[in-house]
Design a protein around this ligand. Sequence first.
Ligand code: E4P
Length: 219
Amino acid sequence: MKFFIDTANLAQIKEAQDLGVLDGVTTNPSLMAKEGISGEENVINHYKAICDIVDGDVSAEVIATDFDNIIKEGEALAALNPKIVVKVPMIKDGVKAIKYFSQKGIKTNCTLVFSAGQALLAAKAGATYVSPFIGRLDDISVDGLGLIEEIRHIYDNYGFKTEILAASVRHSAHLLGCAKIGADVMTGPLSVILSLLKHPLTDSGLAQFLADHAKAAGK
Ligand code: E4P
């Protein structure tokens, strides 16, 4: 399972990269705004800075919602760095654009996916990744992990190459649920990745080992 970090914060991306377990980055316009990144030049420079840190795919989302402008924006983003994956919303013109990009060999991430039907459409259009938002489904009392399971089943039935990128992952139970189902990728905040480190028996066991070592050494 690939681990992507869902942030535009350079320090957090670097921390995850330094941990040695990072496979890529996803961003979205809200995450860029959270870092105070606005204006075409700043946005472009920020994506370049992310690509310089991470070994792996970097999703950069288009703002346009009509076919011609999605293509224009997506081609400009893709030209920045081979790591860039053009993130396109699940709308009619978005699906058309994903088909266009896939024929041109430009990687895509179909975002804002909330149903198996949408995921099927994204795969048929040739998306590299499909991003079902499991946390946002859970927020409205719909089973997010259940959607990942449905999509896995459908993709396996037909051998679709589109990778399931479980998004809006909020905690380690989401991440582990996705791993059990066989999602190809998960994207979440750094805190979710770091939460995997934690177990109280690890902490108490290490404290005991160190105390015993110090006692034997007469300290
Ligand atoms: C996906 O790529 C999105 O950036 C993201 O996972 C959304 O997560 P949120 O629901 O926590 O905002």
